[in-house]
Design a protein around this ligand. Sequence first.
Ligand code: HEC
Ligand code: HEC
Ligand code: HEC
Ligand code: HEC
Length: 174
Amino acid sequence: MFRKIIFLALFILPSMLFAQNKFVGVDACGMCHKSEKQGKQLDIWKSSQHSKAYETLKSEKADAIAKEKGFDKPAVEVEDCLTCHAVGYNVSADLKEKKFNVEDGVQCESCHGAGSEYKSMKVMKSKEESIKKGLLVYDDAATLCVTCHNDKSPTFKGFDFEKYWALIKHDVPE
Ligand code: HEC
Ligand code: HEC
Ligand code: HEC
Ligand code: HEC
């Protein structure tokens, strides 16, 4: 009996209080973030290189780079490549909803955090609530970019924030 109570206190209750965010996938975010009025985030992302980042790892060029670096498997299976080219590849299945697809590469949740807990309209309407439930936003976006755009990238060719942000920016219209 006593042990049962300890167990409850240690494990069950905290997990009820802090439900862990699951990855929901691009389409779940895109549902609301695709109209002209919202700012077409889904389309902007789809036409950016970020949506192709996983696909890129399936290319011959990627395999050649992986081989050169001493990995003896296809680039798309190399953790050291996936770390910047995808998200959610290394989390257990129960932390991914059905529609989540690793092949979406660098997607909404790569930058804004796994979304199951903040994606409801009720939460999203309030920026403060969304952040409490795990939404990541940035005062200084450049610091986010350079976590991947840096010389650990085997093909790094420099990073100019103004120029690069202009290519992926997806603001909500005023
Ligand atoms: C049910 C609809 C809905 C879904 C699903 C949804 N959002 Fe939102 N989101 C909103 C609304 C409404 C706002 C409020 C801002 C606005 O006017 O567009 C918002 C705001 C945001 C903001 C801006 C926060 C700020 O004010 O700086 C980000 C970032 C965001 N959503 C990301 C996401 C991501 C990532 C997903 C998927 C995990 C997602 N949203 C899913 C409706 C939604
Ligand atoms: C999780 C890692 C990651 C983060 C964070 C990230 N990127 Fe990227 N980005 C990539 C990868 C990987 C590619 C290459 C995709 C490809 O070509 O397959 C890329 C490509 C790009 C490209 C296309 C460049 C080209 O040569 O065509 C632009 C533009 C870009 N990113 C802008 C940004 C900006 C701006 C930020 C910050 C707001 C950012 N990225 C944050 C991983 C990231
Ligand atoms: C490479 C990183 C990256 C990716 C991928 C990304 N975002 Fe963002 N997003 C940012 C940054 C940086 C900002 C600007 C700073 C902020 O508000 O956090 C931003 C801002 C936003 C905003 C608020 C815009 C405003 O005017 O306040 C929304 C809404 C949003 N993102 C939704 C999405 C959705 C939906 C997706 C996927 C379809 C997505 N983002 C993909 C990095 C990213
Ligand atoms: C630190 C983050 C990071 C890591 C680790 C990383 N990449 Fe990338 N990758 C990027 C970014 C960012 C780009 C966009 C171009 C650039 O600025 O390097 C990119 C672009 C690419 C491209 C397209 C470049 C082109 O010009 O065609 C290939 C291919 C590629 N990466 C393969 C790999 C392989 C293979 C690995 C693992 C051995 C790997 N990457 C590891 C961040 C990374």
